[in-house]
Design a protein around this ligand. Structure first.
Ligand SMILES: Cc1cc2nc3c(=O)[nH]c(=O)nc-3n(C[C@H](O)[C@H](O)[C@H](O)COP(=O)(O)OP(=O)(O)OC[C@H]3O[C@@H](n4cnc5c(N)ncnc54)[C@H](O)[C@@H]3O)c2cc1C
Length: 332
């Protein structure tokens, strides 16, 4: 019988991992088991900007996951079949800025000259400019899900309270985001709350960041204005005080945003993990049998930025399990 894999979660990491497993190990049957689907996952409210933020972990590892995701998104953009994927110029500005460890990944990364900063309205600040990608999960997730279903994937809508519910599967892949805190008892997982305002401003074609307090990211149909990064804050509801502060900050930068019509205000919880993403295999007793569980959660504010690189690593861990080559080591 074909080996069976259950992927918990249908956020960008669950769908990405499910698809990568199908592509790397075509003989397995993959089922996504999830409480929520697009458009109700964390990424669905985000702008899907490529750029690591609100994440811990090894810079070399993050850069490697990020590079492979950047390559994947760039290819999607070149192919032109996945909606909601775009290329855009971006600026980071702040009183003080270090060149980030991942600066080799986006295209044409440069420290801005004094003249460039003055012309961009940020005299006296430090700034970096580059060209990067965005992938709007509300548009990309249905596209990737269609690929997954076309390859014979199945989706079950259910909340997994205990891994014993998945006793029939040969491998479990855990992409439950913040849900991992309860599901596998990982207290390093916590929310970093984020609120954004989505407004119609079609003349804005570049992203600008002073993260997390103020940012502007154009998507296909709206600009996404931010932001907040409130660690340990579980509130999913919109806070009017945050909305006011976000709008005031963005209008200080770009006064024309004062006339932009607000389409939606949204708050979500970034699935942050102290120490970084957990991507490893653990053997867990599931209904009396030791089952390999490949964890892939804790992507913080960088889930879209890293998901495909992580998915490829998940697929390799699953391939080793199916081929009988694996030796699990868990560092939780
Ligand atoms: C305001 C804001 C802006 C952001 N902007 C960006 C950005 O520009 N770029 C970027 O890269 N990232 C951004 N992020 C972060 C990004 O959205 C997340 O890192 C990413 O969406 C996490 O994806 P995930 O699949 O790991 O988790 P989630 O999307 O949270 O998905 C978890 C899935 O697991 C399911 N699940 C959980 N527990 C269980 C269970 N027990 N049983 C069954 N199913 C379960 C859920 O239903 C869901 O389907 C932003 C986040 C926020 C809040």
């Amino acid at each position: 019988m074909a080996p069976s894999v259950a992927v918990i979660g249908a956020g960008v990491n669950g769908v990405g991992a499910a698809l990568a497993v199908q592509e790397a190990v075509p003989e397995v049957k993959v089922t996504i088991v999830t409480a929520e689907l697009t458009p109700d996952t964390t990424g669905d409210g985000s702008a899907g900007f490529w750029g690591p933020r609100s994440i811990d972990g090894d810079p070399v590892q993050i850069t490697s996951w990020g590079q492979r995701t950047h390559d994947f998104l760039h290819q999607l953009w070149l192919d032109g079949q996945c909606p909601g994927v775009g290329v855009l110029p971006a600026y980071d500005v702040a009183d003080q800025l270090e060149v980030p460890y991942y600066s080799a990944v986006p295209f044409a990364y440069e420290v801005m000259s004094e003249r460039a900063l003055r012309e961009a309205g940020h005299a006296g600040k430090q700034g970096h400019q580059y060209v990067t990608l965005y992938a709007e999960p509300t548009k990309m997730l249905p596209f990737l899900m269609e690929r997954f279903l076309a390859r014979g994937g199945r989706v079950l809508r259910a909340k997994v309270e205990r891994l014993d519910q998945l006793a029939g599967y040969d491998v479990i892949v855990n992409c439950s985001g913040l849900g991992a805190r309860d599901l596998v008892g990982d207290d390093k997982v916590m929310p970093v709350r984020g609120q954004v305002v989505k407004a119609a401003a079609p003349a804005i074609k570049a992203a600008k960041f002073d993260f997390p307090a103020t940012y502007v990211i154009p998507n296909d149909d709206v600009v996404v204005l931010g932001g907040t990064a409130q660690r340990g804050d579980w509130r999913r509801q919109v806070d009017p005080a945050d909305t006011e502060r976000i709008l005031a900050g963005c209008r200080r930068w770009i006064p024309s945003l004062g006339a932009a019509l607000t389409q939606r205000v949204w708050a979500g919880l970034r699935p942050y993990r102290r120490g970084g993403v957990r991507l490893e295999t653990e053997r867990r007793a599931v209904a009396g049998r030791l089952v390999p569980v490949v964890h892939n959660y804790g992507h913080g504010g960088s889930g879209v930025t890293l998901f495909w690189g992580c998915a490829l690593d998940v697929a390799e861990l699953v391939r080793r399990e199916v081929a009988g080559e694996a030796r699990a080591s868990s560092k939780l």
